[in-house]
Design a protein around this ligand. Sequence first.
Ligand code: HEC
Length: 288
Amino acid sequence: MAHGHNSKEKVVFVGDSRVKKNSMVNIPPDFTSFPGKSEAFIPYFLLKEWMVGVVVLVGFLVLTIAHPAPLGYPADPMNAAFIPMPDWYFLFMYQLLKYPYVSGDYVVLGVMGIPGLAFGALLLAPFLDTGKERRFYRRPIASSLMLLSLISCVYLTKVSWDHYQHQLEESGTKPEHIVREEKAREAYEKGQPAPSAVKRAKPVAIVAEDDPAYGLIKQNCMACHATDLNGGSGIPALRGIGDQFSLEELHDVVTNGNGNMPAFKDKLSTAEIDQIATWLSKQKKAAE
Ligand code: HEC
């Protein structure tokens, strides 16, 4: 219709006797008739929130498909100098647990008591703090609690980080990711490909996986030589080991150990070691 909006225009609905008057009781009132009020939370507001949620979720899904998560480098089980640290946003909790009355015998207080109290209070805040006042300087209790927790989080994070730097300095270690970063930069400056981009050699297959000796390998060797027998840093792969050592040498290494490789003469019988050495000597790269 072309005659614009006229609020005084009387709208006449023509009833249809076959349509029953809606008898649902929980339909919220039309809020346009209450000036200054917004809509009912359920279902109108919630529905809008959900629609926004769905859009965000789809956005996330598109991102996860378009940009696969970057994988870090594999963990190095032999790196004893590694100092484990939580992500930065947990440093304050980490630091808290270093203090005497929230660790050791009192650790339950540290992991359940204090965080439970803090997060529980946050959860209950809408019920505890029901005042109408919105200005922060008129809400001394809520505001000072907020300031206090902000200050303590910042302080604990800082102390924790300083402590970590101190530990690194004391033990003379450089965090692994920084070492790798430096190596990558060096390679870049020399015009070489980044270390992580260097292609690994074609994997060598495991030979004779159905041999009973493979069971012995699983039990005794995989803890160090890795479940895929590809070894790790400082630990040689057992795949293709038959190309490097003779049967006698393998027998000797497993019996008497070598360097960090433990001796198995007290743990396994000679017959078992024979079996293992024979199996190892079969681990040769397939002719291509
Ligand atoms: C506690 C960890 C550990 C276990 C368990 C272990 N190894 Fe090793 N192994 C090593 C390390 C470390 C080396 C490297 C030794 C070196 O070069 O100093 C090694 C080296 C080897 C080598 C190469 C020898 C050499 O001189 O380079 C062979 C073969 C080998 N292991 C076989 C085995 C077999 C078979 C088993 C199970 C019966 C086994 N390892 C169990 C840690 C282990």
